[in-house]
Ligand binder design. Structure first.
Ligand code: S3P
Length: 449
């Protein structure tokens, strides 16, 4: 929700070995999509393992505003009674998508080809983020957007009354833009085609098929060509949400920062469009074993066992960026605690996340005594070795959950405590971060008010 509550300063102190089992919450990307596709289906969708972070709760509220019945039965166990493709009703109020770029962009796509009007807003972070990347392709379907300068929120979208199908090449690697176009294509007649030159997370494609849509996916010279046949009848499904690899990355990397640690993280998605961080950790020498690989709810998952190990910085292959785009902040924090230099290139997209994550990490690491270099699309971190990071700083989280969690993990491995000025954004994606990490032995706590 846009009303940002009081700031919650939090401090992490040098921690002994992290030990135990980390049951991280459900995947955020899949949770948003399950609610939205459930709302666009006929009949009941039952979702287990739904992430109950604020971002996803905001999407649930938006689906109700479009006429779907969305009910929580037990923690993580939800049902959606949808209104069918093209069945969205016009919301009576402004839709507040809080901090969530995924929420607002996917929802704009889902309504853009229905003849209704909706107005979207968000918190101070979301209202700074570029929306033209979504409203430009939605205009090709016939939708009209009226936002603030630069296409930013608050923004009113008038859905197309007579939508036409679209052929669109993504100008940047973005699963949100791809998904917005595909969701809009559901209610357009004929075939909507999206072309991505670099593969991005494919949960929308997988889940749309599961709900009954016809998608043809071809790997061609120009990239992945995704062809959706419009106006399918989607029917409600059972969706088991796997645990979020982007959340798992925090305890996993913390265990690699704190000497003597060994933790087990069960049931984490290993979708190849999301697993870049785990490949990178293995490349830098992590003792990270994927046990019991299996398929759950249409997604590959595995249990992760990770032990503290001697790591050495590398240049992260830039072609891997899309498959680990949300993990660069925690990788940058880890890089500060290992030997050698870690070079991360091809990461320009980090500048338009919940915060400018290259700048947020660079400034925070410098405050903690770490030497970094940045360019427009790269970040280089000079590692100080285990126990070598001075810390002793207060870092700004900039309304960005992943910045807050990255510096709390770094504080566990620094000589002096690291304070994050506001840890409240963590609730958007990983509401149990604090009890989960303290349960493993982390010394993190809210500052006395
Ligand atoms: C997401 C896509 C990515 C990612 C975000 C979730 C999604 O954003 O950073 O956290 O669920 O589609 P972009 O599409 O902007 O790359």
């Amino acid at each position: 929700m846009s009303g940002h509550g009081p700031s919650i300063p939090m401090t992490a102190q040098k921690t002994g070995p992290l030990k135990g089992v980390a049951q991280v919450p459900g995947d955020k990307s899949i949770s948003h999509r399950a609610l939205i596709l459930g709302a666009l289906s006929v009949g009941e969708t039952r979702i287990t393992g739904l992430l109950e972070g604020q971002d996803v709760l905001d999407t649930a509220r938006a689906m109700r505003a479009f006429g779907a019945e969305v009910t929580q039965h037990n923690p993580g166990d939800w049902s959606v009674h949808g209104v069918g493709v093209g069945g969205f009703a016009e919301p009576e109020q402004v839709l507040d998508c809080g901090n969530s770029g995924t929420g607002v962009r996917l929802i704009m796509g889902a309504m853009a080809t229905t003849a209704i009007t909706a107005t979207f807003t968000g918190d101070a972070s979301l209202n700074k983020r570029p929306m033209g990347r979504v409203t430009d392709p939605l205009a090709l379907f016939g939708a009209q957007a009226f936002g603030r300068s630069g296409g930013r929120l608050p923004l009113t979208l008038i859905g197309a009354a007579d939508p036409v199908p679209v052929r669109y090449s993504l100008p940047m690697p973005s699963a949100q833009v791809k998904s917005a176009v595909l969701l809009a294509g559901l209610n357009a007649p004929g075939q909507t085609v999206v072309i991505e030159s670099e593969p991005t997370r494919d949960h929308t494609e997988r889940m749309m098929r599961g709900f009954g849509a016809t998608l043809h996916i071809e790997d061609a010279r120009e990239g992945r060509i995704i062809t959706l046949t419009g106006q399918p009848e989607l029917t409600g499904q059972s969706v088991a949400v796997p645990r979020d690899p982007s959340s798992a990355a925090f305890p996993v990397c913390a265990a690699l920062m704190v000497p003597g640690s060994e933790i087990f993280v069960p049931g984490v998605s290993q979708n190849p469009t999301r697993n870049g961080i785990f490949l990178t950790l293995q490349d830098i020498g992590a003792d990270l074993v994927l046990e019991n690989p299996r398929e759950e709810g249409g997604e590959p998952v595995a249990d992760l066992r990770v032990r503290f190990s001697a790591l050495k910085g590398i240049e992260v292959p830039p072609e891997r960026a899309a498959s680990m785009i949300d993990e660069y902040p925690i990788l940058a924090a880890l890089a500060a605690t290992i030997e050698g230099t870690t070079i991360m290139r091809g990461i320009r997209e980090l500048r338009v996340k919940e915060s400018d994550r290259i700048d947020a990490m660079a400034r925070g690491l410098e405050a903690c005594g770490v030497r970094v270099e940045e360019t427009d699309d790269s970040l280089t971190v000079h590692g100080m070795g285990p126990g070598g990071v001075p810390g002793g700083a207060t870092v700004e989280s900039r309304l960005d959950h992943r910045i807050a969690m990255s510096f709390l993990c770094l504080g566990m491995a620094s000589r002096d405590p690291v304070t994050v000025d506001d840890a409240s954004p963590i609730a958007t994606s990983f509401p149990i971060f604090e009890p989960l990490m303290t349960g493993l032995g982390a010394r993190i706590a809210r500052d006395p008010s």
